[in-house]
Design a protein. Structure first.
Length: 418
Protein backbone atom coordinates (compact mmCIF):
# COMPACT_ATOMS: atom_id res chain seq x y z
CA UNK A 1 0.00 0.00 0.00
CA UNK A 2 1.37 3.41 -1.00
CA UNK A 3 1.18 5.72 1.99
CA UNK A 4 1.05 9.52 1.88
CA UNK A 5 4.53 9.77 3.40
CA UNK A 6 6.05 7.46 0.76
CA UNK A 7 4.34 9.39 -2.01
CA UNK A 8 5.52 12.67 -0.52
CA UNK A 9 9.14 11.49 -0.30
CA UNK A 10 9.33 9.81 -3.72
CA UNK A 11 12.23 11.20 -5.71
CA UNK A 12 13.18 13.49 -2.86
CA UNK A 13 9.76 15.15 -3.11
CA UNK A 14 10.14 15.85 -6.81
CA UNK A 15 7.60 13.23 -7.91
CA UNK A 16 4.86 14.97 -5.96
CA UNK A 17 6.05 18.38 -7.16
CA UNK A 18 5.88 17.24 -10.78
CA UNK A 19 2.41 15.78 -10.33
CA UNK A 20 1.19 18.90 -8.55
CA UNK A 21 2.33 21.29 -11.26
CA UNK A 22 1.35 19.06 -14.19
CA UNK A 23 -2.17 18.40 -12.87
CA UNK A 24 -2.56 22.05 -11.96
CA UNK A 25 -1.57 23.05 -15.51
CA UNK A 26 -4.30 20.77 -16.82
CA UNK A 27 -6.85 22.21 -14.39
CA UNK A 28 -5.94 25.78 -15.38
CA UNK A 29 -6.17 24.96 -19.09
CA UNK A 30 -9.60 23.35 -18.64
CA UNK A 31 -10.73 26.37 -16.61
CA UNK A 32 -9.57 28.72 -19.37
CA UNK A 33 -11.50 26.76 -21.96
CA UNK A 34 -14.71 25.89 -20.15
CA UNK A 35 -15.41 28.14 -17.14
CA UNK A 36 -18.54 30.25 -17.30
CA UNK A 37 -16.94 32.83 -14.98
CA UNK A 38 -14.89 35.31 -17.00
CA UNK A 39 -12.37 36.12 -14.22
CA UNK A 40 -11.72 32.38 -13.88
CA UNK A 41 -11.18 31.97 -17.61
CA UNK A 42 -8.71 34.85 -17.57
CA UNK A 43 -6.84 33.26 -14.63
CA UNK A 44 -6.67 29.90 -16.36
CA UNK A 45 -5.10 31.26 -19.53
CA UNK A 46 -2.20 32.82 -17.61
CA UNK A 47 -1.83 30.23 -14.84
CA UNK A 48 -1.68 27.26 -17.24
CA UNK A 49 1.57 28.64 -18.64
CA UNK A 50 3.01 29.23 -15.17
CA UNK A 51 2.18 25.71 -14.00
CA UNK A 52 3.57 24.17 -17.20
CA UNK A 53 6.87 26.05 -16.81
CA UNK A 54 7.11 24.94 -13.17
CA UNK A 55 6.47 21.31 -14.19
CA UNK A 56 9.24 21.48 -16.81
CA UNK A 57 11.62 23.01 -14.25
CA UNK A 58 10.93 20.19 -11.78
CA UNK A 59 11.43 17.59 -14.50
CA UNK A 60 14.80 19.11 -15.43
CA UNK A 61 15.83 19.15 -11.76
CA UNK A 62 14.83 15.50 -11.37
CA UNK A 63 16.61 14.35 -14.53
CA UNK A 64 19.73 16.22 -13.43
CA UNK A 65 19.74 14.28 -10.15
CA UNK A 66 19.47 17.48 -8.14
CA UNK A 67 17.30 17.11 -5.05
CA UNK A 68 18.35 20.36 -3.39
CA UNK A 69 15.31 21.63 -1.44
CA UNK A 70 16.44 25.20 -2.09
CA UNK A 71 15.88 24.67 -5.81
CA UNK A 72 12.45 23.20 -5.08
CA UNK A 73 11.66 26.22 -2.91
CA UNK A 74 12.74 28.59 -5.69
CA UNK A 75 10.50 26.83 -8.20
CA UNK A 76 7.63 27.04 -5.72
CA UNK A 77 8.15 30.78 -5.30
CA UNK A 78 8.29 31.38 -9.04
CA UNK A 79 5.18 29.24 -9.55
CA UNK A 80 3.33 31.22 -6.88
CA UNK A 81 4.16 34.50 -8.60
CA UNK A 82 3.33 33.14 -12.06
CA UNK A 83 0.02 31.50 -11.16
CA UNK A 84 -1.36 33.89 -8.54
CA UNK A 85 0.40 37.27 -8.50
CA UNK A 86 0.73 37.79 -12.26
CA UNK A 87 -2.84 36.87 -13.26
CA UNK A 88 -4.17 38.92 -10.34
CA UNK A 89 -2.15 41.99 -11.31
CA UNK A 90 -3.18 41.63 -14.96
CA UNK A 91 -6.83 41.55 -13.94
CA UNK A 92 -6.36 44.54 -11.62
CA UNK A 93 -4.77 46.59 -14.39
CA UNK A 94 -7.44 45.58 -16.90
CA UNK A 95 -10.19 46.41 -14.43
CA UNK A 96 -8.68 49.83 -13.75
CA UNK A 97 -8.67 50.34 -17.52
CA UNK A 98 -12.40 49.78 -17.76
CA UNK A 99 -12.93 46.01 -17.93
CA UNK A 100 -15.92 45.14 -15.73
CA UNK A 101 -15.42 41.36 -15.97
CA UNK A 102 -12.10 41.15 -14.16
CA UNK A 103 -13.14 40.63 -10.54
CA UNK A 104 -15.49 38.40 -8.61
CA UNK A 105 -18.40 39.89 -6.72
CA UNK A 106 -16.71 39.70 -3.31
CA UNK A 107 -14.08 42.22 -4.47
CA UNK A 108 -16.80 44.72 -5.35
CA UNK A 109 -18.66 44.03 -2.12
CA UNK A 110 -15.59 44.67 0.03
CA UNK A 111 -14.71 47.86 -1.84
CA UNK A 112 -18.28 49.15 -1.52
CA UNK A 113 -18.06 48.38 2.19
CA UNK A 114 -14.90 50.46 2.39
CA UNK A 115 -16.67 53.41 0.75
CA UNK A 116 -19.59 53.17 3.17
CA UNK A 117 -17.21 52.85 6.12
CA UNK A 118 -15.35 55.99 5.06
CA UNK A 119 -18.43 58.12 4.45
CA UNK A 120 -21.04 56.71 6.84
CA UNK A 121 -19.10 55.09 9.68
CA UNK A 122 -20.46 51.59 9.00
CA UNK A 123 -19.86 49.22 6.07
CA UNK A 124 -23.39 47.77 6.28
CA UNK A 125 -26.74 48.60 4.73
CA UNK A 126 -29.98 47.46 6.35
CA UNK A 127 -32.43 45.11 4.63
CA UNK A 128 -34.80 48.03 4.17
CA UNK A 129 -32.17 50.11 2.40
CA UNK A 130 -31.10 47.19 0.21
CA UNK A 131 -34.74 46.52 -0.74
CA UNK A 132 -34.89 50.07 -2.13
CA UNK A 133 -31.96 49.47 -4.49
CA UNK A 134 -32.44 48.43 -8.13
CA UNK A 135 -32.99 44.67 -8.34
CA UNK A 136 -29.61 44.00 -9.99
CA UNK A 137 -27.74 45.86 -7.21
CA UNK A 138 -29.33 44.23 -4.16
CA UNK A 139 -26.99 41.23 -3.95
CA UNK A 140 -23.94 43.48 -3.97
CA UNK A 141 -25.51 45.60 -1.24
CA UNK A 142 -24.74 42.91 1.34
CA UNK A 143 -21.38 42.61 3.12
CA UNK A 144 -21.62 39.17 4.80
CA UNK A 145 -18.28 39.59 6.58
CA UNK A 146 -17.03 40.95 9.86
CA UNK A 147 -16.41 44.73 10.01
CA UNK A 148 -12.64 44.48 9.59
CA UNK A 149 -12.98 43.18 6.04
CA UNK A 150 -14.14 46.63 4.89
CA UNK A 151 -10.67 48.00 5.66
CA UNK A 152 -9.41 46.32 2.48
CA UNK A 153 -11.78 48.55 0.55
CA UNK A 154 -10.47 51.79 2.03
CA UNK A 155 -7.61 52.31 -0.48
CA UNK A 156 -10.10 52.45 -3.33
CA UNK A 157 -12.47 54.62 -1.31
CA UNK A 158 -9.67 57.10 -0.63
CA UNK A 159 -7.55 57.05 -3.80
CA UNK A 160 -10.02 56.04 -6.49
CA UNK A 161 -9.97 53.41 -9.23
CA UNK A 162 -6.37 52.38 -9.87
CA UNK A 163 -4.77 48.95 -10.09
CA UNK A 164 -3.08 49.22 -6.70
CA UNK A 165 -6.29 50.18 -4.88
CA UNK A 166 -7.96 46.94 -5.97
CA UNK A 167 -8.87 45.03 -2.78
CA UNK A 168 -7.10 41.92 -4.13
CA UNK A 169 -3.73 43.66 -3.94
CA UNK A 170 -4.21 44.25 -0.23
CA UNK A 171 -5.61 40.79 0.37
CA UNK A 172 -2.42 39.40 -1.16
CA UNK A 173 -0.13 41.75 0.77
CA UNK A 174 -1.53 40.63 4.13
CA UNK A 175 -1.51 37.00 3.04
CA UNK A 176 2.13 37.02 1.95
CA UNK A 177 3.26 38.87 5.09
CA UNK A 178 1.45 36.45 7.43
CA UNK A 179 2.64 33.35 5.58
CA UNK A 180 6.23 34.62 5.48
CA UNK A 181 6.27 35.05 9.26
CA UNK A 182 4.64 31.64 9.76
CA UNK A 183 7.28 29.97 7.58
CA UNK A 184 10.06 31.76 9.46
CA UNK A 185 8.70 30.37 12.73
CA UNK A 186 8.66 26.76 11.51
CA UNK A 187 11.43 24.39 10.48
CA UNK A 188 11.83 20.95 8.99
CA UNK A 189 11.36 19.30 5.60
CA UNK A 190 7.55 19.47 5.68
CA UNK A 191 7.37 23.27 5.57
CA UNK A 192 7.94 23.42 1.82
CA UNK A 193 5.07 21.04 1.11
CA UNK A 194 2.82 23.06 3.42
CA UNK A 195 3.76 26.25 1.57
CA UNK A 196 3.07 24.66 -1.81
CA UNK A 197 -0.41 23.55 -0.78
CA UNK A 198 -1.13 27.02 0.64
CA UNK A 199 0.10 29.04 -2.34
CA UNK A 200 0.26 27.25 -5.71
CA UNK A 201 -2.60 24.78 -5.38
CA UNK A 202 -5.20 25.89 -7.97
CA UNK A 203 -7.98 26.45 -5.42
CA UNK A 204 -5.66 28.94 -3.70
CA UNK A 205 -4.06 30.61 -6.73
CA UNK A 206 -7.44 30.98 -8.45
CA UNK A 207 -8.93 32.54 -5.33
CA UNK A 208 -6.05 35.02 -5.01
CA UNK A 209 -6.32 36.12 -8.63
CA UNK A 210 -10.09 36.51 -8.86
CA UNK A 211 -11.43 37.16 -5.34
CA UNK A 212 -9.03 36.63 -2.50
CA UNK A 213 -10.96 37.67 0.61
CA UNK A 214 -10.50 34.25 2.26
CA UNK A 215 -6.71 34.25 1.95
CA UNK A 216 -5.82 36.85 4.61
CA UNK A 217 -8.22 35.11 7.02
CA UNK A 218 -6.57 31.74 6.41
CA UNK A 219 -3.03 33.13 6.53
CA UNK A 220 -3.63 34.93 9.83
CA UNK A 221 -5.09 31.74 11.34
CA UNK A 222 -2.03 29.77 10.22
CA UNK A 223 0.26 32.42 11.68
CA UNK A 224 -1.63 32.33 14.99
CA UNK A 225 -1.19 28.54 15.13
CA UNK A 226 2.51 28.85 14.27
CA UNK A 227 2.99 31.44 17.01
CA UNK A 228 1.53 28.95 19.49
CA UNK A 229 4.28 26.48 18.59
CA UNK A 230 6.76 29.11 19.81
CA UNK A 231 4.80 29.86 22.99
CA UNK A 232 4.11 33.45 21.87
CA UNK A 233 0.62 33.47 23.28
CA UNK A 234 -0.11 37.19 23.41
CA UNK A 235 0.92 37.69 19.79
CA UNK A 236 -0.97 34.55 18.76
CA UNK A 237 -4.08 36.00 20.39
CA UNK A 238 -3.69 39.32 18.56
CA UNK A 239 -3.25 37.59 15.19
CA UNK A 240 -6.18 35.21 15.81
CA UNK A 241 -8.26 38.21 16.86
CA UNK A 242 -7.39 40.03 13.64
CA UNK A 243 -8.58 37.01 11.65
CA UNK A 244 -11.79 37.05 13.67
CA UNK A 245 -12.42 40.69 12.75
CA UNK A 246 -12.46 39.73 9.06
CA UNK A 247 -14.72 36.72 8.66
CA UNK A 248 -16.83 34.33 10.72
CA UNK A 249 -14.94 31.43 9.13
CA UNK A 250 -12.05 32.24 11.46
CA UNK A 251 -14.09 31.79 14.63
CA UNK A 252 -14.13 27.95 14.70
CA UNK A 253 -10.33 27.96 14.43
CA UNK A 254 -10.10 30.64 17.14
CA UNK A 255 -12.35 28.49 19.36
CA UNK A 256 -10.04 25.48 19.01
CA UNK A 257 -7.05 27.73 19.70
CA UNK A 258 -8.74 28.94 22.89
CA UNK A 259 -9.08 25.33 24.06
CA UNK A 260 -5.44 24.74 23.14
CA UNK A 261 -4.39 27.79 25.17
CA UNK A 262 -6.44 26.47 28.09
CA UNK A 263 -4.65 23.11 27.97
CA UNK A 264 -1.31 24.94 28.02
CA UNK A 265 -2.44 27.23 30.87
CA UNK A 266 -2.06 30.32 28.69
CA UNK A 267 -5.70 31.21 28.22
CA UNK A 268 -5.54 34.76 29.60
CA UNK A 269 -2.78 36.20 27.37
CA UNK A 270 -4.23 34.49 24.32
CA UNK A 271 -7.90 35.30 24.94
CA UNK A 272 -7.24 39.01 25.46
CA UNK A 273 -6.55 39.55 21.77
CA UNK A 274 -8.44 36.58 20.34
CA UNK A 275 -11.75 37.63 21.89
CA UNK A 276 -11.13 41.32 22.54
CA UNK A 277 -10.32 42.42 18.98
CA UNK A 278 -13.40 40.88 17.27
CA UNK A 279 -15.61 42.36 20.02
CA UNK A 280 -14.04 45.81 19.64
CA UNK A 281 -14.48 45.65 15.86
CA UNK A 282 -18.22 45.14 16.34
CA UNK A 283 -18.71 48.20 18.55
CA UNK A 284 -18.75 50.97 15.87
CA UNK A 285 -21.26 49.28 13.52
CA UNK A 286 -23.39 48.23 16.48
CA UNK A 287 -23.56 51.81 17.67
CA UNK A 288 -24.19 53.12 14.17
CA UNK A 289 -26.83 50.61 13.02
CA UNK A 290 -27.07 47.31 14.92
CA UNK A 291 -29.88 46.04 12.70
CA UNK A 292 -27.81 46.44 9.53
CA UNK A 293 -24.95 44.49 11.12
CA UNK A 294 -27.28 41.62 11.99
CA UNK A 295 -28.92 41.68 8.54
CA UNK A 296 -25.57 41.35 6.77
CA UNK A 297 -23.47 39.09 8.98
CA UNK A 298 -26.19 36.74 10.27
CA UNK A 299 -29.45 37.14 8.35
CA UNK A 300 -28.14 37.09 4.77
CA UNK A 301 -25.87 33.99 5.13
CA UNK A 302 -28.80 32.12 6.76
CA UNK A 303 -31.08 32.91 3.82
CA UNK A 304 -33.11 35.68 5.45
CA UNK A 305 -31.99 38.57 3.26
CA UNK A 306 -33.85 40.51 0.59
CA UNK A 307 -32.06 38.29 -1.97
CA UNK A 308 -30.56 34.82 -1.60
CA UNK A 309 -26.86 34.01 -1.46
CA UNK A 310 -25.57 32.49 -4.72
CA UNK A 311 -23.38 30.03 -2.77
CA UNK A 312 -24.51 26.64 -4.09
CA UNK A 313 -21.59 24.32 -4.79
CA UNK A 314 -22.78 20.70 -5.32
CA UNK A 315 -21.50 19.28 -2.04
CA UNK A 316 -23.53 16.64 -0.14
CA UNK A 317 -25.25 19.17 2.13
CA UNK A 318 -26.48 21.24 -0.78
CA UNK A 319 -27.57 18.20 -2.80
CA UNK A 320 -29.48 16.80 0.18
CA UNK A 321 -31.07 20.16 0.99
CA UNK A 322 -32.30 20.72 -2.56
CA UNK A 323 -32.96 17.16 -3.73
CA UNK A 324 -34.79 15.42 -0.88
CA UNK A 325 -38.11 16.08 0.85
CA UNK A 326 -37.25 17.87 4.07
CA UNK A 327 -33.70 18.05 2.79
CA UNK A 328 -32.73 21.20 4.67
CA UNK A 329 -33.66 19.58 7.98
CA UNK A 330 -31.74 16.43 7.06
CA UNK A 331 -28.68 18.46 6.10
CA UNK A 332 -28.95 20.47 9.32
CA UNK A 333 -29.20 17.26 11.33
CA UNK A 334 -26.12 15.80 9.67
CA UNK A 335 -24.25 19.02 10.31
CA UNK A 336 -25.30 18.90 13.97
CA UNK A 337 -24.13 15.28 14.25
CA UNK A 338 -20.77 16.26 12.80
CA UNK A 339 -20.56 19.04 15.40
CA UNK A 340 -21.31 16.58 18.21
CA UNK A 341 -18.68 14.18 16.92
CA UNK A 342 -16.13 16.99 16.83
CA UNK A 343 -17.04 18.05 20.36
CA UNK A 344 -16.56 14.47 21.60
CA UNK A 345 -13.18 14.34 19.88
CA UNK A 346 -12.09 17.58 21.59
CA UNK A 347 -13.31 16.42 25.01
CA UNK A 348 -11.58 13.05 24.75
CA UNK A 349 -8.40 14.41 23.19
CA UNK A 350 -8.00 18.12 23.89
CA UNK A 351 -5.62 19.88 21.44
CA UNK A 352 -2.39 20.06 23.48
CA UNK A 353 -0.26 20.92 20.43
CA UNK A 354 -0.56 23.39 17.59
CA UNK A 355 -0.55 20.48 15.15
CA UNK A 356 -3.62 19.08 16.91
CA UNK A 357 -5.31 22.48 16.53
CA UNK A 358 -4.71 22.42 12.77
CA UNK A 359 -5.88 18.80 12.54
CA UNK A 360 -9.13 19.37 14.45
CA UNK A 361 -9.83 22.65 12.68
CA UNK A 362 -9.12 21.14 9.26
CA UNK A 363 -11.40 18.15 9.65
CA UNK A 364 -14.06 20.21 11.40
CA UNK A 365 -14.21 22.81 8.63
CA UNK A 366 -14.14 20.08 5.97
CA UNK A 367 -17.19 18.43 7.53
CA UNK A 368 -18.98 21.78 7.80
CA UNK A 369 -18.23 22.75 4.19
CA UNK A 370 -19.43 19.39 2.86
CA UNK A 371 -22.64 19.37 4.91
CA UNK A 372 -23.75 23.02 4.85
CA UNK A 373 -26.78 23.58 2.58
CA UNK A 374 -25.15 26.67 1.01
CA UNK A 375 -21.40 26.82 0.54
CA UNK A 376 -18.67 27.49 -2.03
CA UNK A 377 -16.05 25.25 -3.61
CA UNK A 378 -13.37 27.81 -2.78
CA UNK A 379 -13.90 27.31 0.95
CA UNK A 380 -12.01 24.01 0.60
CA UNK A 381 -8.79 26.01 0.76
CA UNK A 382 -9.28 26.25 4.55
CA UNK A 383 -9.20 22.52 5.39
CA UNK A 384 -6.64 21.76 2.68
CA UNK A 385 -4.19 24.36 4.03
CA UNK A 386 -4.78 23.51 7.70
CA UNK A 387 -4.24 19.78 7.14
CA UNK A 388 -1.21 20.46 4.93
CA UNK A 389 0.42 22.37 7.79
CA UNK A 390 -0.02 19.59 10.37
CA UNK A 391 3.31 17.80 9.59
CA UNK A 392 5.22 21.10 9.53
CA UNK A 393 3.74 22.13 12.87
CA UNK A 394 4.74 18.79 14.37
CA UNK A 395 8.31 19.24 13.14
CA UNK A 396 8.59 22.77 14.51
CA UNK A 397 6.72 22.37 17.78
CA UNK A 398 8.29 23.43 21.04
CA UNK A 399 8.49 20.56 23.56
CA UNK A 400 5.57 20.12 25.91
CA UNK A 401 6.11 21.03 29.55
CA UNK A 402 6.96 17.98 31.72
CA UNK A 403 3.52 17.91 33.37
CA UNK A 404 1.78 17.89 29.97
CA UNK A 405 4.07 15.12 28.73
CA UNK A 406 3.17 13.02 31.77
CA UNK A 407 -0.55 13.70 31.22
CA UNK A 408 -0.30 12.73 27.56
CA UNK A 409 1.57 9.56 28.41
CA UNK A 410 -0.98 8.64 31.06
CA UNK A 411 -3.82 9.36 28.64
CA UNK A 412 -2.17 7.19 26.01
CA UNK A 413 -1.77 4.25 28.41
CA UNK A 414 -5.38 4.62 29.49
CA UNK A 415 -6.59 4.47 25.88
CA UNK A 416 -4.47 1.39 25.29
CA UNK A 417 -6.46 -0.52 27.93
CA UNK A 418 -9.90 0.66 26.76
Amino acid sequence: MITWSRLDRAGGGLAFDLGLYALSAGFAAITAATSTLLPHRAWGGVAAVGYAVAAVAVLVQWLAGNRDPRVRATITGVAFVATAWVPMLIQCVQRAGGRTDRAQEEVLVVEDGGIRLLHHGTPYLSDGTIAGLPADERLLGYLPYQPGMALFGLPRAIAGDTWWTDARVWFLAVTVAALAIAVALESGPQVLRAVQLTTVLPVVALTIATGGDDLPVLALCLLAIALCTRERWAWAGVVAGLAGTLKLFALPIVAVLLIHALTRRRLRPFALGAIGLPVLALVPPLLRDAGALVDNVIGFPLGHGVVSSPAASPFPGHLIATGLPGGRLIAAGLLALAGVALAVWIVRRPPRTAAAVALISGYGLLAAILLMPSTRFGYLLYPVALLAWVPALRDGAAPLPQRDRLEDATDGRARAYT
